[in-house]
Design a protein around this ligand. Structure first.
Ligand SMILES: [Zn+2]
Length: 232
């Protein structure tokens, strides 16, 4: 998959951890494959143990470029209670500020609470991953200094409001992702997503913004390197 991605022009990628065990797996992939970098975090809907101290140790690895995935998920059945998620998020944000790492934020049904938590953490920077909301929310997160990351969802023809956000997003705050193995482009529904398929999204985003894919790639890579500073 790494070879296929590099062959498609995706030269660097970040694999995110959703709990301690899978954050360790992300770091070992990042050590093994040069184009791969890691995020360590605890995904809000994960029921596994929350091991903040060990995540903090792991985050010191030079292949770790983000605290992610973190966030709030008020929709996924079986998720920890809202107050538990919120408390954990505050501690993960503290860790990110302390280590000067950006956060990759997952939000489902909790945009107001995520925005409030960001506002409480001075110096926090990061990205709203798999951004799927309308312009009012986009503007709110942009005003908090955050980047917006768009995935294959934008290729679904019904997503008019999201496409508006893609058009209006400031050029220096736009990122792209696959969210593999989820988040596939419209034309590939039903097959597992992979980093090489980022081009599906890039093609459409370039078209919506009236630029070439090469121009978009240059801008998007510069943005990613500005946010995820440890990537070389
Ligand atoms: Zn997510």
């Amino acid at each position: 998959m790494v070879e296929a991605a590099v062959g498609a022009g995706v030269t660097r990628m970040i694999t995110m951890g959703v709990d301690l065990e899978r954050s360790r797996a992300a770091v070992s992939l990042a050590r093994r494959f040069e184009p791969v970098w890691a995020g360590v975090g605890h995904q809000p809907s994960e029921a596994s143990a929350f091991e903040l101290e060990a995540l903090g140790e792991l985050a010191r690895d030079e292949r770790v470029v983000a605290i992610g995935e973190v966030g709030l998920d008020f929709e996924q059945p079986g998720s920890p209670p809202r107050e538990v998620q919120t408390e954990r998020l505050g501690r993960l944000f503290d860790l990110a500020v302390r280590l000067d790492l950006p956060v990759s934020i997952h939000n489902r049904g909790a945009a107001a609470q995520v925005a409030a938590a960001i506002a409480e953490h001075r110096g926090l920077r990061g990205v709203m991953h798999y951004f799927a909301l309308e312009w009012d929310w986009a503007e709110r997160f942009l005003n908090l200094g955050f980047y917006l990351s768009f995935a294959g969802l934008v290729t679904r023809p019904s997503r008019h409001a999201l496409r508006e956000v893609v058009k209006r997003c400031p050029p220096d705050r736009l990122l792209l992702e696959t969210d593999s193995p989820y988040g596939n482009a419209h034309k590939r529904m039903g097959v597992p997503n992979q980093p090489a398929f980022l081009l599906d999204t890039a093609d459409l985003v370039a078209e919506l913004r009236g630029m070439t894919v090469a121009e978009l790639a240059a801008q998007e890579s510069a943005n990613a390197l500005a946010l995820f500073r440890r990537i070389k």
